[in-house]
Design a protein around this ligand. Structure first.
Ligand SMILES: [Zn+2]
Ligand SMILES: [Zn+2]
Length: 273
């Protein structure tokens, strides 16, 4: 038992089983769970390490093991709170949605159609009203509106979409992690050369469906809310748009700013978490 900390142990197995059962979880929820697992199975592990370090080490070893089977525990930050989340994702299938065996082909097509509508809407709010989505399910799967409503609930419970206070479906943190490749391949990144639909945050390079974009029509710079704070804290930027050789915009918080940036996605105050 002495070398348990360095080998793939019962702690790894139980942690992985737990993450498989929940599929995605915030760091603040996972850490105490992991603490309980360690306390029960091998509390000596905590003699010379913090729980945080131990958790990260375990995630790393689990990843090197499950990567052989095409899986990964991805780390992704919540776009508004910045809170770290872990998501178990499939890394092999190019079209993750297709490879998901919990759904019928028609259900998967319906999920895709909802995502199409949510991403391709002419506004950039990356959301779809729940009634509209329910109608899509109803017609796509030949179900009554009531039955279609249950399907939508299943999609939400399984973590494909989140629901806002205003009854709008948005891409969940699980979708943003698991479907990252799919979203970029299918819709393209917004840039001056292409007519892509997916924003990529200037600061963190992750997909941005909840944030702010430069209001200048020719400029594609965008940030998550917290990422803009980080950018603005850097004095040398002086609040200038990162694209300042081509763009005269000054972001809020700087002396010269007088136009509001455009919002990407739904109102962050309409989120449950
Ligand atoms: Zn960002
Ligand atoms: Zn700009």
């Amino acid at each position: 038992m002495a070398d348990e900390g360095t080998e793939y142990s019962e702690v790894h197995r139980v942690l992985l089983t737990y993450i498989i059962s929940v599929r995605y979880i915030s760091h603040s929820e996972l850490e105490p769970k992991f603490g309980t697992i360690v306390q029960k199975l091998n509390r000596e592990l905590l003699n010379d390490k913090t729980l945080e370090d131990l958790l990260q080490e375990h995630i790393t070893s689990i990843n090197s093991k499950v990567s052989l089977h095409g899986f990964k525990i991805d780390k992704i930050r919540h776009q508004v709170s910045g809170q770290l989340h872990y998501v178990l994702i499939n890394t092999v299938s190019n079209e993750v949605i297709k490879g998901n065996t919990n759904y019928s082909v028609n259900e998967l097509d319906t999920i895709k159609r909802i995502i199409d509508e949510l991403v391709e809407s002419s506004s950039i709010d990356f959301s779809i009203g729940v009634v509209n989505a329910t109608q899509k399910v109803s017609s796509g799967l030949n179900k009554t509106m009531k039955e279609a409503g249950s399907v939508i609930t299943k999609f939400i419970d399984d973590g494909w979409f989140s629901l806002t206070f205003n009854d709008r479906l948005i891409l969940s943190i699980r979708s943003l992690s698991e479907l990252k490749r799919y979203l970029i391949d299918r819709y393209g990144i917004v840039s001056s050369q292409t007519d892509g639909k997916i924003f990529s945050c200037y600061q963190c390079n992750e997909i941005n469906t909840l944030g702010l974009r430069c209001p200048m029509v020719y400029c594609q710079i965008n940030f998550h809310y917290k990422c803009l704070d980080i950018y603005m804290r850097n004095e040398t930027n002086k609040g200038r748009c990162p694209n300042y050789s081509n763009c005269s915009y000054h972001w809020p918080g700087s002396e010269l700013s007088n136009i509001d940036p455009k919002r990407i996605g739904v109102d962050p105050n309409s989120l449950y978490n």
